[in-house]
Each structure stands twice: as structure tokens, then as C-alpha cells.
Design a protein. Structure first.
Length: 126
């Protein structure tokens, strides 16, 4: 099984999130310094009408993860089997399981599960 880097996961998740809008009304690029996606959207302008680049990282930001989850209709469930885990599933996407404990926590596991489902959707897109 291939494990994607955070960069690969975020780039594929961005593809699923913005879809056909990328390169049309939304410019997306990797920001090395932030280890996140930078995006400029047609509506993001300052008071002088200049485009403003925003940072998007649903692996670290709860709001970005929630918007991604809502956009892709990702369902979440929390289960205790032999481990505590979060399961994420979206229509047309795989079922992703992230195990969590004291070291990574529920929020981090939830965000990662959402991004992994979104990345799988993005990877399947043309």
C-alpha cells in the first residue's frame, strides 16, 4: 500500500474540493514555507482590488476540514473496536479508518481521515 505525503494528500484533496474551478476561477499552488496549499479565488481581494492568496490546510485547520467534509458529503463515525478510531466515507470514495490515541487525538485523526477520503476522490478525477 502506498502512503502519500501530506503534500500529495493536500494537493489531491484540493483537486476534489475545487474541481473544475482550478485554473479557471481558482489558482492553487503548494506553499513550502507553510506546508499548505495557497489559493487565490476570484472573490478574495483586498480593498484595492488586488488578489489575496489564502492558506488552506484541512490537515491542521478544523474549519478547512469541516468545509471539505461538507463539500464532499463525507460521513464520519467514531468507534471503539480494539482501538479508538474514526471512520470517514464519502459517496464514490473509499472508507478510511484513522486510529487515534493520546498522541494524535480525535481532532487530528478526524481531519486526516477527511483529507484521505478527499484525496482518494481527487485521485479518481480526470
Amino acid at each position: 500500500m502506498t502512503t502519500n505525503t501530506d503534500r500529495e494528500l493536500l494537493e489531491l484533496a484540493a483537486k476534489a474540493f475545487w474541481g473544475d474551478q482550478i485554473d479557471d476561477v481558482c489558482l492553487v499552488r503548494w506553499l513550502d514555507a507553510d506546508e499548505a496549499i495557497g489559493y487565490t479565488y476570484g472573490e478574495n481581494q483586498d480593498h484595492n482590488g488586488q488578489d489575496v492568496e489564502l492558506v488552506w490546510n484541512p490537515l491542521d485547520d478544523d474549519g478547512d476540514a469541516l468545509r471539505l467534509s461538507c463539500c464532499l458529503e463525507i460521513d464520519l463515525a467514531y468507534r471503539v473496536v480494539s482501538q479508538i478510531r474514526v471512520e470517514a466515507l464519502a459517496p464514490g470514495g473509499p472508507r478510511i479508518v484513522e486510529v487515534y490515541d493520546q498522541s494524535n487525538g480525535r481532532s487530528a485523526a478526524t481531519r486526516r481521515a477527511i483529507v484521505r477520503v478527499a484525496a482518494a476522490i481527487g485521485k479518481a478525477m480526470p
